[in-house]
Design a protein around this ligand. Structure first.
Ligand SMILES: Nc1ncnc2c1ncn2[C@@H]1O[C@H](COP(=O)(O)OP(=O)(O)OP(=O)(O)O)[C@@H](O)[C@H]1O
Ligand SMILES: [Mg+2]
Length: 211
């Protein structure tokens, strides 16, 4: 697995970046040392992890203060997986620096063509970043799926028009994602209530580890 720095990114707000970053990091931490990085001035992931106190079992969160490249380079020396929760923008030096060093960009998108088209700029930004960082891989991750088959088939037709591939696995719309956030936990930490959401995240991880 060469995808050691995983940036969860989309310039569109509310597509599930923080939800995916946190739960992905929780699942990855069962496979190897994992650290989160909060690159979003909204500080959502820092608050989420902070809410769980010291007993959440969640990976630590580093702030992206100062030079992003230096922070990420340092972390990747000590951690097998570094998961970066990005702000809802493709503008600015911070996002450019993250894309320059990341191994994988995961782009969560909502399962409607309108939402997907709002992510076109993101796909284009990834393509641009790949010119400087040819090792950067990128995938769309469908989020808030209501019915795995019907909706994802419709979406898959739309996403064929993007140059960025879509993961076969996605996140269904599930209350467990919200309740875990309210409790400052990952879906791994909420017992049986998180069972199906854990299965979503495990499938995403297995797919990502095989890229
Ligand atoms: N699969 C899901 N099922 C149910 N609720 C979800 C799911 N994914 C995300 N949510 C909820 O949708 C909202 C937006 O998710 P989230 O904060 O992860 O998006 P974001 O892309 O990080 O937003 P922002 O652009 O503001 O950083 C949150 O309330 C979250 O709990
Ligand atoms: Mg967020």
């Amino acid at each position: 697995m060469t995808n050691r720095i995983i940036a969860v990114i989309n310039q569109k707000g509310g597509t599930g970046k923080t939800t995916l970053a946190l739960n992905l990091a929780a699942g990855l931490s069962k496979r190897g040392a994992t650290h989160l990085v909060d690159a979003d001035p909204q500080r959502s992931i820092t608050q989420w992890v902070g809410m769980g106190g010291g007993n959440s079992g969640l990976p630590g969160v580093a702030q992206l203060a100062g030079n992003p490249t230096a922070v990420l380079t340092k972390l990747v020396r000590s951690y097998r997986y570094v998961v970066v929760d990005c702000p809802p923008t493709v503008q600015g030096e911070t996002v450019a620096a993250i894309m320059h060093i990341a191994n994988l960009a995961l782009i969560p998108v909502l399962p409607s063509p309108i939402d997907l088209w709002a992510s076109v700029d993101m796909a284009n930004a990834v393509k641009k970043a790949q010119q400087d960082n040819p090792g950067l891989r990128a995938c769309l991750v469908l989020n808030q799926l209501e019915s795995r088959n019907a909706l994802s088939r419709e979406m898959r037709e739309v996403v064929t028009e993007f140059d960025v591939p879509v993961l076969a696995s996605g996140m269904q719309r599930r209350a467990a994602y919200r309740t875990a956030a309210v409790e400052g936990l990952s879906v791994y930490g909420v017992g049986k209530r998180g069972k199906h959401a854990v299965a979503d995240i495990e499938a995403i991880i297995e797919e990502v580890l095989c890229l």
